[in-house]
Design a protein around this ligand. Structure first.
Ligand SMILES: [Zn+2]
Length: 178
């Protein structure tokens, strides 16, 4: 079970920028990073490629170029960097996933057999969803901390547990990445 994610500033910034550049069309790509025990660390995203299909209400990623980009980074990282999610934009509309999004996420996670994150960006902010594996549940991650490294998000369950463990005190600094 994944309890939280750390998102590097550069990756978050790239998603925002890319969403604005492609507006009014939807944009998207892969989310790449590291699996560190209970946490996912987002270090990279891929941008739309010419083979992708983009409309104002839909982004359909082609497997082609993104896979090459992912493989290249995987090799460069010595096999550590992993495909940990997919992002797309909702330029100018709700940050909630559509029914198509939810179905796609579930299918991806079922194939991958691991929990993955699915950011949606509207050009101003990004919402992070964690799609569980083994059931249809999806979890909206909450931002808990922002520092020089990046922004840290936790699942509501992890936040609750930490509050309990710390006697309802501030939980920000108790979080450590392995
Ligand atoms: Zn969508």
């Amino acid at each position: 079970m994944i309890e939280g994610i750390l998102v590097d500033h550069a990756a978050a910034e790239k998603m925002l920028k890319c969403t604005r550049q492609h507006r009014p069309l939807e944009a998207g790509g892969l989310v790449l990073g590291l699996r560190k025990g209970l946490y996912l660390h987002v270090t990279e995203i891929t941008r739309p490629l010419p083979w992708d299909r983009q409309s104002s209400t839909r982004f359909q990623r082609s497997p082609k170029g993104h896979r090459i980009a992912a493989l290249r980074r995987w090799r460069k990282s010595g096999g550590k960097m992993d495909w940990i999610g997919e992002w797309h934009s909702h330029p100018g509309f709700s940050l909630s996933p559509s029914s198509i999004d939810i179905r796609n996420w579930y299918d991806i996670v079922r194939q991958r057999k691991a929990e993955m994150i699915f950011p949606i960006c509207d050009g101003r902010e990004t919402t992070f969803y964690l799609q569980c594996w083994g059931d249809r549940g999806k979890v909206l991650l909450r931002q808990v901390e922002k520092d020089a490294l990046g922004t840290f998000y936790l699942t509501p369950a992890a936040i609750k547990r930490q509050l309990r463990e710390t006697g309802n005190e501030a939980y920000g600094l108790t979080v450590e990445l392995p």
